[in-house]
Design a protein around this ligand. Structure first.
Ligand SMILES: C[S@@+](CC[C@H](N)C(=O)[O-])C[C@H]1O[C@@H](n2cnc3c(N)ncnc32)[C@H](O)[C@@H]1O
Length: 163
């Protein structure tokens, strides 16, 4: 699958909370699920991807995007009825390492040479070093402010520099 003028991929968009424009004309949003609403407290918010697709096996050609953003679920021990699970999903406690490795590898495959991958991760349950150890690539840089303080969210920037 290749689409004209769609050169940004959000590989697991969830409710698109981080997006300024939640329907950016140059972006494709995918997620493994669709939710019309996040429930009575957030009736207008939902998970509304352009395509329901698994980041472990995407239907895009190699090198299709200039920018890929990957923010998988960060937590693996959420209750079945937790609002956080409904809003942001949950890692599978048994398979999360393989799932993240496959997801990252697919994000890398669909990224064009010299393209940028932004990986967003919250350290609250699984330290980011454990996640980076799963992948072959090394980030260029990440935010270090508030390290070991209250903010645990990290943004890692990778570039697909041909080897
Ligand atoms: C932390 S949320 C993303 C939040 C989003 N960046 C935002 O700004 O709101 C992670 C999302 O990954 C999705 N997800 C989990 N496993 C997936 C998979 N295998 N393929 C695609 N999406 C997946 C979940 O459904 C969830 O919506």
């Amino acid at each position: 699958m290749r689409m004209k003028n769609k050169f940004i991929l959000d590989a697991c968009c969830g409710p698109k909370a981080m997006w300024y424009n939640k329907n950016h004309p140059n972006a494709i949003y995918i997620d493994i699920r669709r939710e019309e609403s996040l429930g009575p407290h957030r009736p207008k918010q939902g998970v509304k991807p352009d395509y329901i697709m698994d980041f472990r096996k995407m239907d895009f050609l190699d090198k299709s995007f200039k920018l890929v953003v990957f923010e998988p679920p960060h937590l693996k021990s959420l209750g079945q009825n937790s609002f956080f699970r409904k809003k942001f999903g949950c890692l599978n406690a048994e398979t999360w390492q393989g799932d993240l490795r496959k997801g990252f590898s697919e994000c890398w495959r669909v990224l064009e040479d010299y393209g940028t991958l932004i990986f967003k991760w919250s350290d609250s349950e699984i330290p980011f070093k454990k996640v980076l150890a799963l992948i072959d690539e090394e980030p260029l840089f990440y935010n270090t402010t508030n390290y070991k303080a209250t903010s645990v969210t990290k943004w890692f920037c990778f570039m697909k520099i041909p080897k």
